[in-house]
Write a new protein. Structure first.
Length: 580
């Protein structure tokens, strides 16, 4: 049930009727006609921009279109008033029975209320986290992990066939550094004193890996050169770090569908195949790049390289794929990896990158556009930095990793639910301040508490109702006499519930799961507002002397809890049964 979609359907039907009646010219597109909540709730329940967007192509005044459309909409029994405002905005007021009907629909559908077929089962690959396998995940990875996981869940709820994927960056020099660092811990496990030189990883997390390597190979590598042990320890260390990363992700309730190794690309022919695909399209050539910005001419030595004409697909400059010495650039395996995704038949690709990878956005979009012939969109979402605070002051933690605060440090402090919700209280490309004191406060200023408290309050109402002998199972509540809900505060909460299906689809279209967190906070605010008004007005309290009236009011409360649970489920947060 999507009331906004239903009313929009009626608006479009009336616009078509106006075309048939000669009130509008034929051939108009109604694609940009919307029906949404008005910016000011006092203006009505819904608003449509139909007259504003159609005026210019129709060659008519917006007000004239709005007046004619209002007259038609006013004949619909669901619409109690259609009022033209300003130059041509059209505000609609709806019958109370519509809002009351939403409550029954929520209770019948349960947490599937709002689930959409918008995605039409299209295949979507969401790649996120993809941290170098050189240590545990840090707090910056945490934000990308939560964002990507919530995004994947949201798209699934919106009707897409979603694959969650992790790209293991195990093909570069950083894995050699890992191997050398593990070797030092291995020597340490044999009782030797070691020193971690610049560029190695000094974190304590490698102590156990060094001991595990000793248990596996004994002293076979002691005193031996890298030619003996480097490759073996690369593989051993990488697998150990991936086990650690999988464990870190599990702390947040994240499970990937697929792990893809960068190393697997080398020697597979996939890099060569992807570059040939671009070459066949006339997009590969031998040439020279201009000097980087800020370089003096005498500092620049131009070298002929193999270049990709990425400027043909929206990039600022062409990009090298092979160096002058014949080695692949870092960009080449990235091209091959996305070529593989395209070959797997995905309809949409989404990459979640850290803010420090902003320079890769245009080149990767150009590559996917070229590889797919423009048929597979790539949306790249950047997650900005997270700053840690406590009581408003920068917060330093133990940094068991040696140089950074880990995901596990954060979760150990505040729990998975708080971590996940707070990470989604800002748009992904906005910096996030994470204050350990504030996220545990029991106040309205703490959004996760505020939303959880609303769900817990509903459960307390249900428990008291059961004690009073009132039947409050969802099947019974769905058949309650909802016409008894006629107070403005009750209908306002029901109207907020009606926004959920539209909000979900809007968030899914823009790949913005933070919208769900914002909505849940607003929904919780409407519920708490109704609860507080019940302290002043006894007729608004959920438990009344008359069981039928109680059931109707509890049905409203329970429907709010159902939608909160659905939204929290998408965000990967457990709804609270009671607050401690």
């Amino acid at each position: 049930m999507n009331l906004f979609a239903d009313i929009r359907t009626q608006v479009i039907a009336d616009l078509n009727a106006m075309v048939d009646a000669g009130q509008l010219p034929a051939g108009l597109s109604f694609d940009n006609v919307t029906v949404e909540p008005p910016r000011d709730a006092s203006h009505g329940d819904m608003a449509t921009n139909a007259a504003m967007v159609l005026a210019k192509p129709a060659g008519l005044k917006p007000r004239d279109i709005a007046d004619a459309l209002a007259a038609r909409l006013a004949t619909d029994d669901r619409i109690t008033a259609a009022e033209v405002a300003g130059p041509g905005f059209l505000n609609l007021r709806l019958s109370a029975s519509l809002w009351q009907g939403v409550i029954g629909a929520v209770l019948k559908a349960g947490t599937d209320f709002g689930r959409s077929t918008m995605g039409e089962n299209k295949k979507v690959n969401v790649e996120y986290v993809s941290a170098n396998p050189t240590g545990p995940l840090h707090v910056g990875h945490t934000r990308g992990a939560v964002f990507g996981d919530a995004l994947a869940s949201m798209l699934d709820f919106a009707g897409y066939d979603v694959t969650r994927e992790y790209y293991i960056n195990d093909g570069g020099a950083q894995v050699d550094v890992l191997a050398r660092s593990v070797y030092l811990r291995y020597l340490e496990a044999h009782g030797q004193e070691v020193a971690f030189e610049d560029g190695t990883y000094p974190g304590d997390y490698l102590i156990a890996t060094g001991e595990a390597l000793k248990a596996k190979v004994g002293d076979a590598y002691v005193g031996k050169g890298e030619d003996v042990w480097l490759q073996d320890i690369r593989e051993f260390g990488t697998e150990a770090m991936m086990d650690l990363i999988r464990s870190d992700l599990a702390q947040l309730g994240i499970k990937m569908d697929r792990f893809f190794s960068e190393k697997s690309l080398y020697g597979s022919g996939l890099i060569e195949k992807s570059i040939k695909s671009l070459d066949d399209k006339g997009l590969i050539y031998e040439g020279y790049l201009d000097p980087p910005k800020g370089k003096k001419p005498e500092d620049w030595e131009p070298r002929e390289q193999t270049l990709f004409k990425s400027t043909k697909h929206g990039d600022d400059v062409d990009r090298p794929v092979k160096k002058s010495d014949g080695a692949w650039t870092y960009f080449a395996p990235d091209i091959a990896y996305h070529f593989d995704k395209v070959e797997r038949g995905y309809d949409l690709l989404i990459d979640v990158f850290g803010a420090d990878h902003g320079g890769y956005v245009k080149r990767m979009k150009a590559a996917v556009s070229a590889l797919s012939g423009g048929t597979v969109p790539l949306d790249i979402k950047l997650t900005q930095l997270v700053k840690l605070f406590k009581d408003g002051e920068p917060f330093k933690m133990s940094k068991r990793a040696g140089t950074f605060v880990t995901l596990r440090d954060v979760v150990d402090q505040v729990g998975s639910d708080v971590t996940r919700f707070v990470m989604l209280t800002r748009k992904n490309d906005a910096p996030l301040d994470f204050d350990f004191a504030k996220v545990l406060e029991q106040s309205r200023d703490n959004p996760v508490f505020y939303v959880q408290y609303a769900h817990a309050r509903v459960n307390s109402v249900l428990r008291k109702a059961v004690e009073a002998g009132v039947a409050v199972d969802d099947a019974t509540l769905a058949t309650a006499d909802l016409t008894l809900l006629n107070h403005e505060a009750e209908l306002t909460l029901a109207a907020k519930l009606a926004e959920w299906p539209r909000l979900l689809e809007t968030a899914a279209r823009s790949n913005e799961p933070h919208r769900i967190a914002f909505y849940l906070y607003e929904l919780a605010g409407e519920f708490h507002g109704l609860w507080n008004r019940g302290n002043e007005l006894p007729e608004l309290r959920f438990l009344q002397d008359d069981p039928k009236t109680s059931q109707a009011k509890i049905a409203l409360a329970r429907s709010a809890a159902v939608v909160i649970a659905a939204g929290l489920g998408i965000l990967g947060v457990e709804p609270a049964e009671e607050m401690r």
